[in-house]
Every structure is written in structure tokens, then in C-alpha cells.
Design a protein. Structure first.
Ligand code: PLP
Length: 314
């Protein structure tokens, strides 16, 4: 298996969270495809595509989806035809969509309620045409998506060993929840009871946000005690704003301030909400003198959409 060097860096960012040390894991700086968690997931999906000789990629996602952009990019690189199924949207303008078009990938739009049947019909049609299609679930969720961040947990452990440090908390944006599920699997396997992994839900309310993460953990670890999962599972739904892709002035101010001060781009859909959620969570819960790690899950093109004023404001 080809080994990738993701060159993820972890840096201390002074003054982000009052009375705590904040570190940031720059998964947005993976040196290809604009980085982000979707790159880590996609590489595992494409290993399976290669191993089992699939010859057509089908996936699902909105026009702002980093996942679709990365999948389309990898398909173009490997010259495997790719088709993206997207829901009909009000504001489909985005750099991710433009990139998808640049890769020459076909998109099919349908009503949200018809997504499942559209996917099934598309795959059936490709099979009838003699292809061996590979379907990648939206956002790259599924066992391989979970595995990608199970492996990241091991990377974090190695970083801690090398630097004689320990992160008491890990914060990240949670969408489909697979990224968080992978990290929690790592925590459970390593029995790191003293570490908390807090997902900031960017769209789903509880109990659903938490349930889907639990399902992903069970799918990956299979034999793990249900109570143990629940003890380790924390996904907060207080920072969703108006829903997926909707944000308010607090978040846009934070993105601008953060970029000015640290030179690190955030976006209003994922990482902006997650950073705001992390800061507020630590203040509200009076977390003090802890060593905290924020995982920057990527999405750089969305930062530029934000500058274009493309997203909804609450
Ligand atoms: C998709 C995405 C997430 C959410 O990851 P999940 O594994 O779906 O929870 C977070 N941040 C960015 C930038 C993303 O593109």
C-alpha cells in the first residue's frame, strides 16, 4: 500500500481560549487537494476502488460539498468517470462546484425526497451499461471514513509521545459524524479515559447527531460495550445557528478576526462554527488550565465563498 505523507502540523495558538492552552491540528494543510478530512477519507475509498477495480464513481453531496470536490478531483486524476448526485438548491454558486465542473464530472440534481431512488436508479443503469460502479456515501461516511480518523487518532498519539504532551480535549466540527466516530474509536481502543472528544454539530440536532456517531462507532469496532460508547460520546448541538450553511454575525466576525490574528482561514459552514463552539463551550463549562486540541478539518474553498458573501446570514 502506498504511504501518504500528510505533513499535518500541530501548533500552539496563544489566546484563543481564555485560561487554557489551545493547539490546532492543520488538516487543512495536507499538501494536496486543499487538504481537509475529505482527503483522508477519499484516499481510503480510492484504495478500495483500485483494489477491486471499480470503473465508475458515484457519490452524493451539495454544491458546497468538500467531499464531492475531492472525490471528483481524485476520479479525474485516475481518469475514472464520476457522477455526482446533488439536491436542488437555492444558491448553487460555489468554488467547490466550479472545481467539480472543471474536473469534467457530471452532476445530476434531484429533489431531496428523491435522493435515494436517484442513487439506486443511477447505479442500476450503470450496471446495465456494463460498468462496475462504486458508490461513496455523502460526506464520505461509512467504515472507511471512520477508519481515516481512527488512523488520525494514532497520529495524535505519536505526536504526544514525541512532544511529551497530552491533549485533555479534542474539539472538531461534526457533520455526518464519521470524523468524530473515528477519533472516539481511537480513544476507546487506547483506553484514553482522561481525554474528552467534543464534536460541535454543524447541522444535526440531538439525539440524532449523537445517534449517527454511535452507529458509526459500532459499525467500525463491532464488539464494544454500548455504555462505554455513550460515556465517550459528546456532540453538542448548541452552535448550529439556523442550520447547515446558515451563520450569523458572530461567526463572520470570528472568521475575520481569526484570519487577521493567526492567518488561518475558517469557513462559516464547518470550522467557523466549530471554533466558535469550542471557545464558548470552554467558557460556559468553566474549563481551565487544560491542553486543548482543535482539529482544522479543511474546507479552504469555502473561505473564499465566504469572502464572496455567498452564504446565508441569520
Ligand atoms: C465534511 C466536513 C466536516 C464534517 O465531517 P464529518 O466526518 O462529516 O462529521 C467538517 N469540516 C469540514 C471542513 C468538512 O468538509
Amino acid at each position: 500500500m502506498k504511504k501518504y505523507n500528510f505533513q499535518t502540523v500541530i501548533n500552539v495558538l496563544d489566546g484563543v481560549i481564555p485560561r487554557n492552552t489551545c493547539n490546532i491540528m492543520r488538516d487543512d494543510l495536507i499538501p494536496f487537494y486543499f487538504g481537509g478530512n475529505k482527503v483522508r477519507k477519499a484516499i481510503l475509498f480510492f484504495e478500495e476502488v483500485d483494489a477491486k477495480k471499480y470503473d465508475y464513481i458515484v457519490t452524493y453531496g451539495s454544491s458546497t460539498s468538500n467531499h464531492c470536490r475531492v472525490i471528483a478531483n481524485l476520479a479525474a486524476k485516475k481518469t475514472i468517470p464520476c457522477l455526482i448526485i446533488s439536491p436542488k438548491e437555492v444558491s448553487p454558486e460555489s468554488y467547490n462546484r466550479q472545481l467539480v465542473e472543471m474536473f469534467g464530472v457530471k452532476t445530476v440534481t434531484c429533489e431531496i425526497s428523491d435522493v435515494k431512488s436517484t442513487i439506486d436508479n443511477t447505479i442500476q443503469k450503470l450496471r446495465n451499461d456494463g460498468y462496475k460502479p462504486y458508490f461513496i456515501p455523502g460526506g464520505g461516511h461509512g467504515i472507511l471514513g471512520t477508519k481515516a480518523y481512527f488512523l488520525v487518532y494514532e497520529e495524535i498519539k505519536r505526536y504526544e509521545a514525541r512532544h511529551h504532551t497530552f491533549f485533555d480535549y479534542i474539539f472538531l466540527a461534526s457533520g455526518t459524524g464519521t470524523t468524530q466516530a473515528g477519533l472516539i474509536c481511537g480513544k476507546l481502543v487506547n483506553k484514553d479515559e482522561n481525554r474528552k472528544i467534543v464534536g460541535i454539530s454543524i447541522a444535526r440536532r440531538n439525539p440524532r447527531a449523537t445517534e449517527v456517531i454511535k452507529k458509526s462507532i459500532l459499525e467500525y469496532l463491532k464488539e464494544v460495550d454500548s455504555d462505554l460508547i455513550e460515556e465517550s460520546l459528546l456532540c453538542v448541538d448548541e452552535y448550529i445557528c439556523g442550520g447547515y450553511g446558515v451563520y450569523d454575525k458572530k461567526i463572520s466576525d470570528l472568521i475575520v478576526d481569526f484570519y487577521c490574528k493567526y492567518g488561518i482561514p475558517l469557513d462559516p459552514i464547518y470550522t467557523g462554527k466549530a471554533l466558535w463552539g469550542m471557545i464558548d463551550y470552554c467558557i460556559v463549562n468553566q474549563i481551565n488550565s487544560k491542553n486543548i486540541l482543535f482539529i482544522h478539518t479543511g474546507g479552504t474553498p469555502l473561505f473564499f465563498d465566504f469572502l464572496q458573501g455567498r452564504y446565508e446570514r441569520d
